[in-house]
Write a protein that binds this ligand. Structure first.
Ligand SMILES: Cc1cc2nc3c(=O)[nH]c(=O)nc-3n(C[C@H](O)[C@H](O)[C@H](O)COP(=O)(O)OP(=O)(O)OC[C@H]3O[C@@H](n4cnc5c(N)ncnc54)[C@H](O)[C@@H]3O)c2cc1C
Ligand code: FES
Length: 256
């Protein structure tokens, strides 16, 4: 982990609220692993004071890419950053996805959860059979389809809540059948907590390896402020920034 002064190379708007930011950050880019995240300073002023966490979407030294959704003050300021602007990133932070080989892997991405899943997809694709379930609220929220196509995965299934692209409905609706029908033996997912709860309900106890990458509110990003604590399956607290963001699905306490 290192705090690195960095340069925005490009900050591309994909549609109204989604952006891809390319950042020159040599030290982070050269040590990043799929699943890691960075804390990014979103202003040269003091509001917001705290850096914001983002999963690494792609890394090719000396560059990293972030895929982000504008939801509040920090991300609105990010959206105004231009090529040549300077900022600071802290990273790479957190643990990474497990190494998988010769497995039948199902990647599951809900909304902006595609960011770390995309990075993992390129990595896993070399030595595994890799399928992707990617769902979002609506067509406008289902981005990066050309980049996903270029990965050449074994299968990609798209879903939207309103049916404006792909199949209509939540991507978890057919999950049990897909896992059984394709002999999936490992899943890697990132998305909202409701998606993880549905995954737990559908495939939580069928004996396959399920890994998730979690989001949480973060103050520091490296284990000292306790703002990112989540309840684990054994009733103790885990810090998403340090113990995660990648966990085994069953290591977290979910509502059924
Ligand atoms: C490990 C990790 C990886 C992440 N990766 C990405 C990514 O790749 N792309 C991306 O767009 N976002 C990602 N996020 C979420 C991102 O950090 C937040 O959306 C961002 O911090 C919001 O900052 P803001 O100042 O714009 O919003 P704020 O003004 O702080 O909040 C605006 C709204 O967003 C909600 N919000 C803020 N933070 C979170 C959060 N962590 N989880 C859920 N809701 C939140 C608040 O409840 C509020 O409603 C990640 C978070 C974590 C912890
Ligand atoms: S964000 Fe501070 S302990 Fe996790």
């Amino acid at each position: 982990m290192k705090e690195e002064k960095c340069r925005i190379v490009e900050n591309r708007n994909l549609n109204g609220t989604y952006y891809v930011m390319k950042i020159e950050a040599e030290a982070v880019a050269s040590t990043a692993q799929p699943g890691n995240f960075v804390m990014l300073l979103t202003t040269s002023g003091t509001d917001p004071l705290l850096k914001r966490p983002f999963g690494i979407f792609r890394a090719e030294p000396p560059y990293i890419w972030l895929y982000y959704e504008v939801v509040g003050k920090g991300t609105s300021l990010m959206a105004r950053m231009k090529s040549g602007d300077r900022t600071v990133v802290l990273g790479p932070l957190g643990n990474s996805f497990p190494l998988l080989q010769s497995r039948n892997v199902l990647l599951i991405a809900g909304g902006r959860g595609i960011a770390p899943v995309f990075y993992a997809a390129g990595w896993y694709n070399a030595a595994n059979t890799v399928r992707l379930l990617y769902g979002a609220r609506s067509k406008e929220d289902l981005n990066l389809l050309e980049e996903i196509e270029a990965l050449g995965l074994d299968e990609t299934l798209l879903y939207t809540d309103d049916g404006s692209a792909g199949k209509k409905g939540f991507l978890t609706e057919e999950l049990g059948d897909i896992v059984r029908g394709r002999n999936i033996d490992a899943t890697i997912s990132c998305g909202p907590e409701a998606m993880f709860e549905a995954i737990f309900e559908k495939i939580g106890d069928n004996g396959i390896d399920n890994y998730i990458s979690m989001e949480a509110f973060m103050g520091c990003g490296f284990g000292i402020c306790h703002s990112c604590a989540v309840m684990s399956g054994d009733g103790t607290y885990k810090k998403v920034c340090k113990d995660g963001p990648v966990f085994r699905l069953e290591d977290i306490q979910w509502r059924r």
